[in-house]
Design a protein around this ligand. Structure first.
Ligand code: GLC
Ligand code: CA
Length: 576
């Protein structure tokens, strides 16, 4: 051991034993004579890449992406530098909500492949030091799940209480996908509750058996080598439907903690919750002492384009980048040193970030600026498939070309039934915000069907811009968006800077400058500056730091004290 650890040997041995026992590694830093110890987890320096299997790569040319397709692209992903692959649900499902309606957690969706395929994927990942994160839907199942089929049979069925049944629809509850959240069932003359689509009945978490069942399903996969879990709408499982409480019910945290104890807390994995809420709620979920989740996705930034006073995502409003910056700062300061952030700008429920946060006019620069702004923050970067290629929203002009249950639910409600929006207005909203924008097949090359398959009709339209925006075009082009993402990831992992990017303190600067996001990441012996001009105008700034070396930039500039930033100019630099 280096002699800087001034600690007597028996204390050291005890400490080591304790740490070995809890299977966690440590790093030591030294500040004056006080020794600080930080817990380090294996996933802290990892990059997550989200895969929507239905759209990623169709290997057997049946028009639907599949697990073999994912396996065929593992080297592409390894080259990009990502480590953990979050797969949206690959379980048996009638696909009313594209897999978020699970009919059996222990079986693989036939349209994606087989159990052998998943095991092969796990083995192939292992060879490449990559990991799989699965997506657990604990709030609801599919109405095709055996539990629900049993539950429906009679009021005395042992599975009746696995779901939420009432004699009357309560509180005129609306489903997230439009229409009532209560569905009448003739057989037993009662209504069941579904927060989402009719085919997604909510599980009754008041029944302790539900928690045990879900824990069993999770452990089944963790025993097979899955190393991470993304929990779907986890903030909803403590609901008290008779009080009209849906999110953040009084027993939520107790339930998540119990699930942790009975399942994933016994494995060395990484967890992230989809939890729509605020900073205080994110802290409750992620404070390590609560033993619930490692991090949560915060949606304050990504949903800020949905106008809450009108019809939400179907009446979008322009992004306010100052709000985005201040929100990111709030979460950095709020979670720093206590728990952990999840850094993301896209997922399968949002439109493409260039359309929402960036600018088509400054397409290339803004795509890169968004990456700089986000992925040098403290936390785990999540990249959504195709984001690294600068894929954009698709222009769809016929409602029938949309697949998403949400689009069709609200089309019925807002356009057909209530006539709140015209057909054109609705399609315009969809173009900006619909979830299908991010679900179009990945554009691998400029051949037939973008090289996604061999020509069979894809389940969702391919964006016609694939002839220009595709992986093949970008991989060997040093200036492409793909290469920029690759460089960014390599920089974040470079052993010279990695400790600062992963553990360095976050400090915001020039906060008063509306269009500038400037921050430093600092450790005792290194400081890295990150600057982003978040708008399409030039901006002048005076740097309060001296630059030692530019580490990454989307322009080829050298910087001194006074800088004129070009539209969407962004860079990271080592400073003195
Ligand atoms: C989450 C998923 C979304 C799904 C919903 C219901 O928000 O990300 O895709 O539709 O939960 O499961
Ligand atoms: Ca297929």
């Amino acid at each position: 051991m280096p002699n800087l650890f001034k600690i007597d040997s028996s204390t050291f041995i005890n400490l080591t034993m304790l740490l070995l026992f809890i299977n966690k590694s440590i790093i030591f830093t030294r500040k004056g004579s006080v020794m600080k110890m930080k817990l380090q987890k294996w996933w802290h320096d990892k990059i997550v890449y989200q895969i929507y299997p239905k759209s990623f790569k169709d290997n057997n040319n049946d028009g639907i992406g599949d697990i073999k397709g994912i396996i065929s692209k593992l080297d592409y992903l390894r080259d990009l530098g990502v480590d953990i692959l979050w797969l949206t649900p690959y379980f048996k499902s009638p696909m009313e909500d594209n897999g978020y309606d699970v009919a059996d957690y222990l079986e693989v969706n036939e349209m994606f492949g087989s159990m052998e395929d998943i095991l092969e994927l796990l083995a192939e990942c292992k060879k490449r030091n990559m990991y799989i994160m699965m997506d657990i839907v604990a709030n609801h199942t599919s109405s095709e799940h055996t539990w629900f089929k049993e539950s429906k049979k009679s009021k005395n069925n042992p599975y009746r209480d696995y779901y939420i049944w009432r004699d009357e629809p309560l509180f005129d509850c609306q489903s997230t996908f439009g229409g009532s959240a209560w569905e009448y069932d003739e057989q037993t003359n009662q209504y069941y509750f579904h927060e989402f689509a009719k085919g997604q009945p909510d599980l009754n978490w008041e029944n302790p058996k539900v928690l045990d069942e879900i824990a069993k399903c999770i452990n089944f996969w963790l025993d097979k080598g899955v190393k991470g879990i993304r929990f779907d709408v986890i903030h909803l499982i403590g609901k008290e439907i008779d009080q009209n409480i849906h999110a953040y019910g009084p027993t939520l945290h107790q339930k998540v903690h119990e699930l942790y104890k009975k399942s994933y807390g016994n494995y060395d994995i990484v967890t992230v919750g989809e939890a729509w809420g605020d900073l205080a709620k994110a802290i409750d979920f992620t404070d390590p002492k609560n033993e619930e989740l490692d991090m949560v996705f915060q949606f304050e930034c990504t949903s800020s384009t949905n106008d809450p006073l009108r019809l939400g995502k179907f009446t979008p409003r322009p992004i306010d980048m100052e709000f985005v910056k201040n929100t990111l700062i709030k979460y950095q300061n709020g979670l720093n040193d206590r728990s952990w952030n999840a850094l993301f700008v896209e997922n399968h429920d949002l439109g493409r970030c260039i359309n929402r946060f960036g600018s088509l006019e400054f397409y290339d620069k803004s795509a890169k600026a968004i990456a700089v702004m986000n992925y040098f923050l403290k936390g785990t970067p999540y990249i959504y498939q195709g984001q690294e290629l600068g894929m954009t929203n698709i222009k769809i002009t016929d409602i029938n070309d949309y697949d998403d249950v949400e689009v069709h639910g609200f089309y019925k409600e807002y356009v057909l039934d209530k006539k709140l929006l015209t057909y054109e207005e609705f399609l315009d909203g969809c173009h900006k915000e619909a979830r299908d924008n991010n679900r179009t097949p990945i554009q691998w090359n400029n051949q037939i069907n973008a090289g996604w398959n061999d020509g069979a009709k894809p389940w969702l339209k391919i964006n016609p811009n694939y002839t220009e925006i595709n992986a093949e075009n970008q991989i060997n082009n040093q200036n492409s968006i793909y290469s920029f993402y690759k460089d960014l990831i390599a920089l974040r992992k470079n052993s010279l800077y990695c400790n600062t990017f992963v553990y360095g303190k976050f400090i915001a600067h020039l906060i008063e400058r509306k269009n500038i996001f400037m921050y430093t990441r600092e450790t005792d012996n290194q400081k890295i500056l990150v600057v982003t001009n978040m708008c399409g105008e030039r901006e002048n700034i005076s740097l309060p730091f001296e630059i030692e070396k530019v580490l990454l930039s989307n322009y080829n500039h050298s910087y001194n004290e006074n800088i004129t930033l070009e539209p969407y100019e962004a860079f990271a630099a080592l400073i003195k």
